[in-house]
Design a protein around this ligand. Structure first.
Ligand code: GUN
Length: 297
């Protein structure tokens, strides 16, 4: 059996299509577009690429955006003062501080300073708490929310399914578990989180109807950890050496794709799987943040 591919490119296209009308309706009603401000500190090459991609996507959708670039040596106080200024600016609905930050800046201090109403990453503890409680019209963290959309829109039954999440990070593992366990449509799953101290990882994964892998280890999950017919979402993005490629490397996920696709019923590829969903959900959060701030959620 060869699994059906769950394409993040296709799913995100569908969501962008739905958002177009909503963004225009917001502009018509409020006279300004939803606006995202991205702060980039330093010159990390990968971050520069991500930030450019966010700006391009926003422009294509009719979302306003700007990027404030600060030198790598910028003192933490200066960054915090900038966040205060953006928090107070009614025209800015979403604020994203691109991570990682230079070592001398405390990431927690920065994330705590962003007004939770403008926290389009969904990383502020207030938003994390609201997510756990299951509030509506929330700013959910982008990657885990994207995983939920991929499952829902691929027609994967989630209610009552056993979801095994491999990885317990604050950015993916814990929030995806919190989202899928909610008593809500597109959730209602039985969720197990596996991590580096989990015993018999293979046996546990083989019990999953839905296997979500965010381990951060290239091809960590072999095909024989996948139950025949299971749905596999691979959140990993890893560069591995590849002399046959012009770049000298290739991208692989946290799942051995070639093995798993012969066992699973559906699987997300890397690249082209979860990756495109993160920016998509960031755009959705910017629109949601704007609606919430004008009192029209
Ligand atoms: N760096 C890599 N991914 C992300 C993300 O989703 N949000 C932020 N703020 N920084 C990142």
């Amino acid at each position: 059996m060869t699994a059906e591919i769950i394409s993040g490119k296709e799913v995100s296209k569908e969501i962008y299509g739905e958002m177009g009308g909503e963004i225009q309706a917001f502009i018509d009603k409020h006279g300004i577009p939803p606006h995202l401000t991205v702060i980039l500190v330093g010159e990390d090459p990968a971050s520069q690429v991500y930030v450019r991609m966010k700006g391009k996507k926003a422009a294509k959708l009719g979302i306003g955006s700007d990027t404030i670039r600060l030198e790598a040596e910028t003192p933490e106080e200066e960054l915090l003062a900038l966040i205060d200024k953006l928090n107070a600016d009614d025209k800015v609905h979403g604020i994203l501080v691109q991570l990682p930050l230079p070592k001398h800046i405390n990431e927690t201090n920065v994330l705590l300073r962003i007004d939770p109403a403008k926290d389009v990453d969904g990383f502020h503890p207030i938003n994390v708490g609201k997510m756990l409680v299951g509030e509506d019209n929330l700013l959910l963290p982008c990657t885990p929310h994207g995983v939920q959309e991929m499952l829902v829109r691929s027609g994967t039954p989630i209610e009552g399914a056993h979801v095994v999440v491999v990885g317990r990070s604050n950015i993916v593992g814990k929030p995806v578990a919190a989202i899928l366990v909610q008593k809500k449509p597109g959730a209602n799953a039985t969720v197990t989180i596996a991590h580096t101290r989990t015993k018999n990882m293979g046996d546990l994964c083989r019990q999953a109807d839905i296997l979500i892998v965010a381990a951060g280890v290239p091809e960590f999950v072999p095909g024989d950890w996948v139950r025949p017919g299971a749905v596999v979402i691979d959140v990993g993005v890893n560069r591995v050496d590849d002399e046959t490629s012009e770049k000298g490397y290739k991208l692989v996920g946290d799942v051995n794709f070639d093995e798993a696709k012969e066992v699973a019923s559906k699987i997300s590829p890397v690249p082209g799987g979860v990756g495109p969903m993160t920016i998509c959900m960031l755009m959705k959060n910017t629109l949601q943040a704007a609606k919430n701030q004008v009192g029209d959620p």
